[in-house]
Write a protein that binds this ligand. Sequence first.
Ligand SMILES: CC(=O)N[C@H]1[C@@H](OP(=O)(O)OP(=O)(O)OC[C@H]2O[C@@H](n3ccc(=O)[nH]c3=O)[C@H](O)[C@@H]2O)O[C@H](CO)[C@@H](O)[C@@H]1O[C@H](C)C(=O)N[C@@H](C)C(=O)N[C@H](CCC(=O)O)C(=O)O
Ligand SMILES: Nc1ncnc2c1ncn2[C@@H]1O[C@H](COP(=O)(O)OP(=O)(O)OP(=O)(O)O)[C@@H](O)[C@H]1O
Ligand SMILES: N[C@H](CCC[C@H](N)C(=O)O)C(=O)O
Ligand SMILES: [Mg+2]
Length: 489
Amino acid sequence: MDLRKLLGHLHDFVQIPEKNIEITSIEMDSREVKPRALFICVNGYTVDGHDFAQTAVEKGAVAILAERPLDVDVPVILVKSTKRAMAVLADAFYGHPTQKLRLIGVTGTNGKTTITHLIEHMFKAQQKKTGLIGTIEIRIGDQSYDVKNTTPESLTLQKTFGQMVEEDVEVAMMEVSSHALDMGRVHGCDFDVAVFTNLTQDHLDYHETMDDYRRAKGLLFAQLGNAYYSDKRPKFAILNADDKASEEYIRSTAATVITYGIDNESDIRAKNIKMTNGGTTFTLVTPMESVEVTMQLVGKFSVYNVLAATAACLVSDMPLSVIVEEITKLQGVSGRFELVNENQEFTVIVDYAHTPDSLENVLQTVKQFATNNIYTIVGCGGDRDRTKRPIMANIAASYSTEAILTSDNPRSEDPEAILHDMEQGIKTDNFVTIVDRAEAIKFAVSKAQKDDVIVIAGKGHETYQIVGNQVLDFDDREVARKMIRERNL
Ligand SMILES: CC(=O)N[C@H]1[C@@H](OP(=O)(O)OP(=O)(O)OC[C@H]2O[C@@H](n3ccc(=O)[nH]c3=O)[C@H](O)[C@@H]2O)O[C@H](CO)[C@@H](O)[C@@H]1O[C@H](C)C(=O)N[C@@H](C)C(=O)N[C@H](CCC(=O)O)C(=O)O
Ligand SMILES: Nc1ncnc2c1ncn2[C@@H]1O[C@H](COP(=O)(O)OP(=O)(O)OP(=O)(O)O)[C@@H](O)[C@H]1O
Ligand SMILES: N[C@H](CCC[C@H](N)C(=O)O)C(=O)O
Ligand SMILES: [Mg+2]
């Protein structure tokens, strides 16, 4: 591609090179640079990409996009923000892929992975080719790819959308993290539908205040229907009427607003929610009609997730009757309220609750059906929001017979210090601290009696434990199975 033509997409006061420079790829990592690449220098959190410009040139980069002048033998194009420019250039380089498929973005503190998977299920059931980007994986049709971030940076993102378009994906759903919105990773994405789940405490290490965090999530709705995107397809903002932040997002979006909720008036609403042995039933009230719904998923939070997914499908022209039929078939998502079954007499639930609100939701749900003791194994991530530690520990102890505090990806922090932070939140003595997560699981399994429930929270689908710089194999489900089998011997 002609670099001069590509730079034209920046609509910026950019110095365009005098002669054509043919580029065949764009890279932000010098280690990935191939001949004829455009190398983009990004000043990161650990290193500054500008320091790798010379290496990139040695590996064949024919031009550099940077924020400051550099002494290299290829043209250096200067922009104010390379991250912002990268999003625009990536979108153009891969042929504006998000304008060629239906794109549904989901943001909010909890429920993003679950909702994107529920929507994927609905469209797949209609024989539509789908694409999915999120915490667990990237999936194109049935092919899955590993991910490093919930929302990848713009280059990977647009490349992935490009591949989706090539593979005839019709509908793509993606999780949009607040980090991604704040860092402009999704700046080049033309969303058709944006869904808001909820806003509760998390990531205060990054966003510093809840106001900042709320504003970052709001960028998705402000971006929706923005004139930057050329197509005239109708845009929809799907907002949770029971979450106060929605009031702000309603004001900031140019899209059509559809609300969903349980407690407050909303377009799509669930009434008469009842937990049953096999799941949940409720009346789904829509502006068109009301229908009785039966599903296998449990908990009020699951009803919210199903309402959000239903709204996203309805505005994508899926008939309500089809949606309701599929809700009945919905299975849980990997590591979300996932049961570990080795024919033991007690229940073991592995769940990805790693925020105060999600932990409380899960334990409230467990409390509704538990007839005996509840043991909750929980930890808090290192190098992450410290203020949630005592709160989560307190929630675990409040809802459980005994809370077992343990490690969850301590990363660069001292695991004992994280656990000490957690302990400060508990005013009772119904807890133990066991640093080693496998030992913590073993402890709960050895204690559990008939009809007890063990909740193993925080890691869900994760198959690792990050200690220092090491990524060690660890899967709560595998470990729980092993401990149950050993106990049975
Ligand atoms: C704080 C943060 O978001 N960091 C992201 C950032 O890493 P970084 O700023 O440390 O990058 P860096 O290592 O300093 O490198 C700077 C630049 O130099 C380049 N470089 C580096 C080395 C080299 O030899 N050559 C070279 O060119 C790099 O490619 C990069 O362009 O850019 C990386 C590449 O895109 C991301 O993977 C990384 O996410 C890290 C892993 C992370 O943990 N991010 C979290 C906070 C995050 O984004 N989380 C949200 C989800 C949260 C949730 O849903 O709960 C997410 O969307 O994943
Ligand atoms: N609507 C919801 N409200 C509150 N808690 C929820 C909701 N949906 C799921 N949860 C809880 O949050 C946990 C994480 O759910 P999920 O993975 O869908 O969220 P996420 O937003 O994708 O999280 P992440 O930010 O880590 O990607 C679940 O295991 C469950 O405990
Ligand atoms: N996306 C979240 C996941 C947290 C999962 C938990 N297991 C932890 O490591 O804290 C984060 O990176 O903050
Ligand atoms: Mg997720």
